[in-house]
Design a protein around this ligand. Structure first.
Ligand SMILES: Cc1ncc(COP(=O)(O)O)c(C=O)c1O
Length: 341
């Protein structure tokens, strides 16, 4: 298979239409067989549930070309599970987990020419999503749904790749206690747009959201969880029922413990103690592991010892090990790598 003629090394994080996408429809209480199609556009009724009441959930994962030329995805079963959890919270039908993994596999295979080559620094981003597709005018769940998967080749999420970023403490809240912060629903991102546009205008790469109830604890950013490294090299990540359970973060904690022999801790992290950490990073499918050099709290700067030039040493070890596993340079734990072809 011949790869597309793309300048892979200079890709940003944007949408590029690829050849095929997967679609399955839910009607009369059941999913149809699903198929790959070519048309990237969707025609919907003006009153569709997704358009009126934002009944939509999604996932994000990547396909990688490994050192030995295989195309693989990373722990897609966990995305399938999270999408099930998201769907249940928004009163949507569940797309069966094994069908989710099969749909991802089929879509990536059909777009193999778009999977960036090994060593290019780019990957194929995979976006499974589901939405209420029939008309809903009273506030209630839709009766019909569409599950789709599309792919798009992407480069780094933050401009500058591995260079430390500066973020700000947001004055807006991302998720309420007992709300929907723990699921991947479009509504959580719609309400974050105002805050991210403001942050970008002020020159920050991202927002650090605090817990909405007390505004004393670290939650996450608009699209990634936090990891902190203590001065004695312990890996600490915030525990909260209103943050998205990042697959990258869960994998990094395992990598820290089992591959790097580091102590790990998942606990509430107070904003007051952030200044005492040696390193800070953002983790997620899109962010991978992105170092944070500085956090600005209403004019007060929290600067990490790792500085603004490069990743801190432990963050780098975590990054190298995780990406080594994803790219097939380091042996993966059982079940983490799903081979497409
Ligand atoms: C709000 C939010 N937190 C965290 C993450 C990271 O999760 P994962 O590592 O599963 O991609 C994402 C991105 O998926 C996200 O949107």
């Amino acid at each position: 298979m011949e790869k597309k003629n793309i300048d892979w090394s200079n890709l940003g994080f944007g949408y590029i239409e690829t050849d095929k996408r997967y679609v399955a429809n839910y009607k009369d209480g059941k999913w149809d067989d699903g198929e790959l199609i070519s048309d990237a556009n969707i025609v919907l009724n003006e009153c569709a549930g997704v358009l009126q009441y934002a009944q939509t959930v999604f996932e994000g994962l990547k396909a990688y070309t490994t050192e030995d030329g295989r195309i693989v995805t990373f722990r897609p079963d966990l995305n399938a599970q999270r999408m099930e959890d998201s769907a249940k919270r928004l009163e949507m039908p569940v797309f069966p987990k094994e069908r989710f993994v099969d749909a991802v596999t089929k879509t990536v295979k059909a777009n193999a020419a778009w999977v960036p080559p090994y060593g290019s620094g780019a990957t194929l981003y995979i976006r499974p999503y589901m939405f209420g597709s029939d008309s809903v005018i009273g506030v209630s769940p839709a009766n019909e749904y569409q599950f789709r998967v599309f792919t798009t080749p992407v480069g780094p999420y933050f401009k500058g790749g591995a260079k430390p970023i500066t973020i700000k403490i947001s004055d807006f809240d991302r998720a309420a206690p007992h709300g929907t912060g723990h699921i991947k629903a479009g509504l959580n991102y719609a309400m974050s747009l105002h805050a991210i546009v403001r942050a970008h205008e002020e020159g920050y790469a991202e927002n650090m959201y605090l817990d909405a109830a007390t505004r004393t604890k670290v939650e996450e950013t608009g699209g990634a969880n936090f990891i902190f490294i203590t001065k004695d090299k312990k890996v600490v990540t915030p525990k909260s029922s209103s943050i998205l359970p990042s697959i990258t973060r869960r994998s990094l904690l395992y990598v820290a413990k089992e591959y790097l022999g580091l102590e790990t801790e998942e606990r509430e992290v107070y904003l007051d103690e952030v200044k005492d950490f040696a390193e800070c990073g953002l983790c997620g499918t899109a962010a991978v592991v992105s170092p944070v050099g500085k956090i600005v709290d209403h004019g007060k700067e929290i600067c990490f010892a790792s500085g603004m030039e490069e990743m801190g040493p432990v963050t780098k070890q975590l990054y190298d090990t995780l990406t080594g596993i994803q790219m097939g340079r380091i042996e993966a734990p059982e079940g983490w790598i799903h081979v497409i072809e």
